[in-house]
Design a protein around this ligand. Structure first.
Ligand code: AMP
Length: 609
């Protein structure tokens, strides 16, 4: 009863709000935005909760735009952002958008080296970061990593949000009006570089509350987001103001069947495209109320997600198969302990969801009454491409079902011919859609070569796909040298080059290997230089090296000594054979092209599993 009164009230507020927006009745409009909730913020600790209205966000974004402007940021400039999931991250990205500057957000799990590479590639003129943060129980000293990155690529200035040290700031200094962090604040030693580092709260306190937005063309760039490239060098995917915004607003509305009274929650980090599109731009463009979550699903216990669902009465929930598989391991009780009665739609993204995980999501989490939307899309596509519409598309566990409105998929064979009916081959798109990336930052040839050269006239996704007799699309996985670890793409070349930078390694080959939680993990074959021996210490050193060069997400699960690698006579490493060796599968298919077949036997004997 109470719930339906609340729902009706929300609907009235929403309708009035949008009416005001259209009619531009400023006074009433601003009155509404004062009350209209944008985010329920939930920190790493369950008691760190705050609510942020659209009005509060607007003021903070204006202030931040003024701060950036004062630091010389103008339309077209690039600003790097390296932050955890705190409201200031959203403020910073929207402040860039307000000025027509491009934000380039680097996931806070990436290493200093990855941050530096991205800052240099798009010549960012400023970095916004945070002192430190907790991921569950783990303390991450982000400023230290930012300093390391800036040491290698001198920047003009670095704005630092005092997040862990917030308790000292008092109230009113942050958009979230965050309460002091309850966990005892450790003595986080952050170094301070005079003349380079500036405190966010000091700059924000002095800034004006109003800032005229910079008018932009629909085709002006909105942001850059780096994604792994098969050559090993990340690609700066560029999205535009008009097309991207339209596409994420529309897909958000229809794919999640958005209504005014909804509370939406996407668990993705804003450092990835899912966070850009469905934590920030999509929900905000629809005036939605969402949850902004800083923590992880297993802290303080494995029922955290479901306790948040109940706490804020989340109606639409969006996560990744890797999180579902992780939580499945702990059984049903941590889920069923919570009511979850508010849930209506459950989304998944990032990798193919195995039917077992799909069924658990549907039967246990959704109590068999929620629609599952398995959304297939990419950093490059900006928003959903293949997806069911909740309640309208009959579901099949593991299939992303059908194209979104205006999307024209096709399946091609190796010769580039379109296959009709039941078929399997390369997934391509035959016509553009509003959210398609426009270029690779600073390298338009690479954009054309990567996505349009293999099959001229088509956008090539790099994914394999099967269409069944009912016309449903099933993604079968990457068909290039990319790996999908916990829903994040990694290039084998990037990991291999991090390995061979170690003095003991002469050559390396990396392949994907099935993993019960991550979906796929890294299995590395390394050939040692003369004079070195393979040992657990070396393995640890190599893992550390990869963590430092790329970030913890790229840490390999297996590293195997490979006195030789299977190669073709022209010297190309045969990864297909290596994948089989990693899985101890002796059915290798045709090996007649292997230059030295004796290495295969050797590798089977050295397997690490
Ligand atoms: P990213 O650009 O990092 O978001 O990764 C995009 C890639 O993730 C796609 O090319 C697919 O390989 C994979 N992917 C994303 N969503 C799905 C999905 N729903 N089903 C299968 N694979 C997916």
């Amino acid at each position: 009863m109470l719930y339906s009164i609340k729902k009706t009230l929300y609907r009235i507020v929403y309708i009035v709000y949008h009416y005001m927006y259209r009619k531009n009745k400023n006074m009433l409009y601003s009155l509404m935005t004062d009350f209209f909730l944008m985010y329920f913020r939930e920190g790493n600790e369950p008691e760190e909760t705050t609510q942020i209205t659209y009005r509060e966000l607007l003021v903070q974004v204006c202030r931040c735009s003024n701060v950036l402007q004062k630091q010389g940021i103008q339309k077209g400039d690039r600003v790097a952002i390296y932050m955890p999931m705190i409201p200031e991250l959203v403020v910073a990205m929207l402040a860039c958008a307000r000025l027509g500057a491009l934000h380039s957000i680097v996931f806070a799990g990436f290493s200093a080296e990855s941050l530096c590479e991205r800052i240099l590639d798009s010549s960012c003129s400023l970095l916004i970061t945070t002192d430190a943060f907790y991921r569950g129980e783990k303390l991450v000293n982000l400023k230290e990593l930012a300093d390391e990155a800036l040491d290698k690529c001198r920047e003009k200035c670095c704005i630092v949000v005092k997040h862990l040290g917030r308790a000292e700031l008092g109230t009113g200094d942050s958009p979230s009006q965050s309460p002091p962090i309850k966990r005892p604040c450790p003595d986080v030693q952050i170094s301070w570089n005079q003349g380079v580092d500036l405190w966010w709260h000091e700059l924000m306190q002095e800034a004006e509350d109003e800032c005229e937005p910079e008018w932009c063309d629909a085709e002006d760039p909105l942001f850059i987001l780096y994604t792994s490239g098969s050559t090993g060098k990340p690609k700066g995917v560029v999205h535009t103001v008009g097309g991207y915004m339209l596409y994420v607003a529309t897909t958000f509305k229809y794919v999640f069947d958005f209504h005014a009274e909804d509370v939406f929650w996407c668990t993705a980090d804003i450092g990835w495209i899912t966070g850009h599109s469905y934590v920030t731009y999509g929900p905000l463009a629809n005036g939605a109320t969402s949850v902004l979550f800083e923590g992880i699903p297993t802290y303080p216990d494995v029922s955290r997600l479901w306790s948040i669902v109940d706490k804020y009465k989340v109606t639409k929930f969006y996560t990744a198969p890797t999180a579902i598989r992780l939580l499945m391991k702990f059984g049903d009780e941590p889920v069923t302990r919570h009511s979850r009665a508010s849930l209506q739609v459950l989304g998944t993204v990032g990798e193919p969801i195995n039917p077992e995980a799909w069924l658990w999501y549907h039967q246990v989490v959704g109590a068999q009454r929620c629609s599952i939307v398995d959304t297939f899309w990419q950093t490059e596509t900006g928003g959903h491409m293949l997806t069911p519409l909740p309640g309208a598309t009959p579901m099949k566990p593991g299939s992303a079902t059908f194209p979104f409105f205006g999307v024209a998929p096709a399946i091609l064979n190796e010769s580039g011919e379109e296959l009709e009916g039941e078929a399997e081959g390369y997934l391509v798109f035959k016509q553009p859609w509003p959210g398609i990336m426009r270029t690779v930052y600073g390298n338009h040839e690479r954009f054309e070569a990567t996505y349009f050269k293999k099959f001229p006239g088509y956008y090539v996704t790099g994914d394999g796909c099967r269409r069944d007799q009912d016309g449903y699309y099933w993604i079968t996985g990457r068909i290039d040298d990319m790996l999908n670890v916990s829903g994040h793409l990694l290039s084998t070349a990037e990991v291999e080059s991090a390995l061979v930078e170690h003095e003991a390694i002469a050559e390396a080959a990396v392949v994907g290997h099935p993993h019960p939680v991550k979906g796929e993990c890294l299995y590395c074959f390394v050939t040692l230089c003369d004079g070195y021996t393979f040992s657990p210490t070396l393995t640890e050193e190599l893992k550390k090296q990869i963590r430092e060069k790329i970030g913890p997400i790229a840490t390999p699960d297996y590293i195997q000594n490979a006195p030789g690698l299977p190669k073709t006579r022209s010297g190309k490493i045969m990864r297909r054979v290596l994948r089989k060796i990693a899985q101890n599968d002796h059915d290798l298919g045709d090996t007649s092209t292997v230059a030295d077949p004796t290495v295969i036997c050797q590798l089977f004997n050295h397997r690490c599993l």
